[in-house]
Design a protein around this ligand. Structure first.
Ligand code: DCM
Ligand code: MG
Ligand code: MG
Length: 217
């Protein structure tokens, strides 16, 4: 299906936000783990032959105080609240939130392929709404959903393989867990991603912000 060049870096990402798409959510946390193709083609394993996290520890996690309150469910899931973020004096969604991930990703070898569980229904449209400059400027194969559900009956694992623990810790914990699931069947999932990666042009914004404007990088 993919017509573009193959990705050299796979960026495992997760967003935490103030709610589901029905409430026009705002991003509260972004986590990005770029993993070079070579680390996925030859994943390192421990003494019991279970894959371990790639050695190169390049990752970015940042949070921002969203303009709107969290739904009760979103607050329960993420452990975040407007009060907690304000208490820690976290600034709102400003130019730094746009520029920092862009600068970070520009240091990775392209083309990039973004990997997110449920990405086409949540993370990518929300990125498109809140970071349109990034979406417009992104080159290469672009986003790619992860073809499994890392919950009960995890489809990314072989029967009998130990499950990686579902780490708490918001977006970063979720990215970590999903990367570990990927590593358990890296060759197969890498081939799947090469085949199914879609261009950013296929991603529609989740919603148009009320002022019709979003921050540009
Ligand atoms: N979310 C929500 N209610 C749910 C599931 C998710 O409001 N039942 C929102 C808040 C999360 C965001 O979606 O920050 C992303 O969820 P996840 O990290 O599971 O992808
Ligand atoms: Mg998510
Ligand atoms: Mg998450």
């Amino acid at each position: 299906m993919s017509k573009g060049p193959r990705a050299e870096t796979f960026v495992f990402l997760d967003l935490e936000a103030t709610g589901l798409p029905s409430v026009d959510p705002k991003i509260a946390e972004i986590s990005l783990f770029p993993v070079h193709r070579s680390s996925l083609e030859n994943p390192e394993c421990d003494e019991s032959d279970a894959p371990v996290l790639p050695q190169v520890p390049d990752k970015l996690t940042l949070c921002t105080s969203p303009e709107c309150p969290f739904t009760a469910k979103a607050s329960e899931i993420t452990g975040l609240s407007s009060e907690g973020l304000a208490r820690c004096q976290k600034p709102g969604f400003d130019g730094a939130v746009v520029r920092t991930p862009q600068a970070f990703l520009s240091r990775q070898e392209g083309p990039l392929c973004l990997m997110a569980h449920n990405g086409f229904d949540y993370d990518f449209p929300l990125l498109c709404t809140e970071l349109p400059g990034y979406a417009a400027g992104a080159a290469g194969p672009g986003p790619c959903p992860q073809p499994w559900h890392p919950g009960p009956g995890r489809q990314g694992l072989q029967p009998g393989q130990p499950l990686p623990p579902l780490l708490p810790g918001g977006a970063e914990g979720h990215v970590h867990t999903r990367l570990m699931v990927f590593l358990h069947r890296a060759a197969e999932l890498l081939a799947w991603a090469d085949e199914h990666a879609l261009s950013w042009a296929r991603v529609e914004p989740m919603y148009v912000p009320p002022d019709g404007l979003s921050l540009k990088a």
